[in-house]
Design a protein around this ligand. Structure first.
Ligand code: PEP
Ligand code: MG
Length: 321
């Protein structure tokens, strides 16, 4: 019923791509975590979900629905975005996204993302069953949260392969969130097993600085765009380019105008962000030249303080608004 209410054939064909002044295409997708957000996406006629936070769809429920009921939920999103592939992030329960009450002393450092899947394989098995059922009629991409090292990817592939055989489906595009420094440093060693990366700047910043992402006061010490993160992003994008991996970013930074020219300069050409940011970021991109963003990045990498970096970017934005 929801599908009927949000999708009509009368909507214009959306173009979730923005062109820089010098003609480079930047793909823009949405971060979605509810049917309400799906509706707001449809309202602006945008047809791209590059991060579906699947765990948040079920967070309010005391028990996780079985595969059949999960499938019904995913189908709603798949139908609304058809024929575009949705990027389904596999469950990232734990840390700030607890299904029940956490018994852990440090949930952010505990059982979350793919680790919870490895501890309780039924979690991902059921979810994959639901998603592969969806994949019979709609294109899907899979995105794994909190991957740190190759062993975790191998565990996942061993779980996925027999299911693909059972469903007689080819392997969907598979990506990993790059959201820990370990993942960044191990990226070269995982590149042959994946099709794309999506940088999770929220967690990457949290784990880079050992600073709780939910503590806004603490976060004032480490502004969203800071030199430590910039240096890590430079390393990630360099490795990804060496291995010809498409590079996306889906943390809050993807919707941050201030970070935008730097992200483009780094060669990130797929940004996923909260729905309200999409029109603004789309508009801003058309005012930039990629070549100038690259020069800005070179200057940014020479800054010594976050304030210097901030001033540099502010000046750039003033001349490109
Ligand atoms: C991130 O960590 O940047 C991210 C996009 O994932 P989430 O915010 O859902 O943890
Ligand atoms: Mg994350």
């Amino acid at each position: 019923a929801l599908f009927e209410s949000i999708k009509t054939d009368a909507l214009p064909t959306p173009t979730p791509t923005a062109l820089t002044q010098d003609g480079h295409a930047i793909h823009l997708g949405a971060n979605i975590a509810s049917t309400a957000e799906l509706k707001s996406l449809s309202n602006i006629h945008w047809h791209q979900i590059d991060l579906l936070r699947t765990e948040l769809l079920f967070l309010g429920q005391s028990v996780l629905p079985d595969a059949a009921r999960q499938q019904t939920t995913y189908q709603t999103f798949a139908r609304a975005m058809h024929p575009e592939a949705i990027t389904y992030r596999l469950f990232d329960f734990g840390s700030d996204k607890q299904l029940g009450k956490s018994e852990e002393a440090n949930p952010a450092l505990g059982w979350r993302g793919i680790r919870s899947g490895m501890r309780d394989p039924k979690l991902y098995q059921e979810q994959l069953t639901a998603l592969l059922n969806v994949a019979q009629n709609a294109p899907i991409k899979l995105l794994l949260p909190m991957v740190n090292q190759r062993e975790e990817l191998i565990w996942f592939l061993e779980l996925l392969e027999p299911l693909l055989t059972q469903f007689k489906l080819p392997r969907p595009q598979l990506g990993i969130m790059v959201e820990t420094p370990a993942c960044a440093w191990n990226l070269a060693n995982m590149a042959d097993l994946i099709d794309f990366i999506s940088i999770g700047s929220n967690d990457l910043n949290q784990y880079l600085f050992g600073a709780d992402r939910l503590d806004s006061q603490l976060m004032t010490l480490y502004p969203p765009l800071n030199l430590g993160l910039l240096s890590q992003l430079k390393q990630i994008t360099t490795v990804a380019k060496q291995h010809k991996l498409p590079i996306g970013l889906c943390g809050e930074l993807g919707g941050d105008i201030k970070a935008l020219p730097i992200l483009l300069g780094l060669g990130i050409n797929r940004l996923s962000m909260p729905v309200p940011q999409l029109p603004h970021i789309c508009d801003a991109i058309t005012k930039f030249e990629l070549s100038k963003c690259r020069s800005l990045l070179e200057q940014a990498l020479k800054c010594h303080t976050n304030q210097e970096l901030d001033n540099l970017v502010s000046e750039f934005l003033q001349t490109h608004s």
